[in-house]
Design a protein around this ligand. Structure first.
Ligand code: PAF
Length: 284
């Protein structure tokens, strides 16, 4: 596995691969790699593309300096996970090259309005501007045919898809299923910050999503999810049901395939999860 850090070497690597006739896949990450990331690497590998993975803890998508500082960093373990799961080239760009003017506000920002304004976007102002801006830059340097993102960050995936549509970026976005531990907890770099009790409490989030697997109205489904979370005393930032591509909130009377999303806070750790739901205008 090749390991690069400068934008010049990374761009040259991608150009060379295309010149050899290979399609390039990009898997953007912030490191602290776990089985969720490994599943993205394996999916990209299975497509037959040359796989470039990036690790960049993007300061522009963090709300507070404390959150940025406490974000886990495991560079040695990350290189092993990337190599074992089929990454051809691992790029760890520097802050100086990614955001030369940081923390000045002179840098270019990509904002995806509408989808990026609600839920995570409302609770974490500026978060999706940071995500869209960095992903646009990762695309600009890599020039991938395909880019892989996990469905765990379902709103992020929708924001990236909207950006690609609006700017006609020549890349296909591939969303990959959420990877869960055997107890149901969606795998996240933040799970390691939970105590054993906290982890037990956090399981209510995936349990709440399993409680809405039969068609019903959005009011009923929201109430069912809230009941499970309240029983476990999980503090919630939101419990919502949205149209999966536009993120328009579901109303009673809507029917068809929607997405239920939960953000819970356990021991001060913000955890998100989501699942498909079927809406019916009549109760089951
Ligand atoms: O999902 C992530 O890890 C990040 O938001 C991403 C897409 C790598 C952008 O920094």
């Amino acid at each position: 596995m090749e390991q690069l850090s400068s934008i010049e070497a990374w761009r040259n690597y991608a150009n060379d691969q295309r010149a050899f006739g290979h399609a390039v896949a990009l898997v953007p990450t912030m490191g602290a790699l776990h089985d969720g990331h490994a599943s993205l690497f394996r999916a990209a590998r299975a497509s037959g593309d040359v796989v470039i993975a990036t690790i960049f803890v993007n300061p522009r998508q963090f709300g507070s300096a404390a959150d940025l500082k406490s974000y886990p960093r495991t560079p040695h373990e990350d290189a092993v996970v990337a190599k074992e799961n089929g990454v051809d080239c691992l790029v760890e760009p520097s802050l100086e090259e990614m955001w030369p003017d940081y923390p000045n506000s002179t840098s270019t920002t990509v904002s995806v309005h509408g989808i990026g304004d609600s839920l995570e976007g409302a609770d974490r102002p500026g978060h999706f501007d940071g995500v869209a801006s960095v992903v646009a830059k990762l695309f600009a340097v890599t020039g991938p045919c395909h880019a892989y993102f996990g469905e765990k960050d379902f709103q992020q995936l929708a924001v990236v898809r909207q950006m690609v549509r609006d700017l006609a970026l020549p890349v296909e976005i591939i969303g990959c299923p959420i990877v869960r531990d055997p107890d149901g907890l969606a795998i996240s770099s933040r799970n390691g910050q939970l105590s054993a009790n906290g982890r037990e409490q956090a399981l209510a989030i995936s349990r709440a999503l399993r409680a809405v697997d039969a068609p019903a109205t959005p009011s009923t489904l929201r109430r069912r999810m809230r009941e499970v979370l309240e029983d476990a005393h999980v503090q919630t930032a939101y419990v919502e049901i949205v149209q999966p591509t536009t993120f328009v909130v579901a109303h009673d009377g809507d029917e068809g395939e929607f997405r239920a999303l939960i953000a819970g806070i356990v021991e001060g750790v913000r955890l998100i999860d989501n699942a498909p739901v079927t809406l019916s205008s009549r109760e089951a």
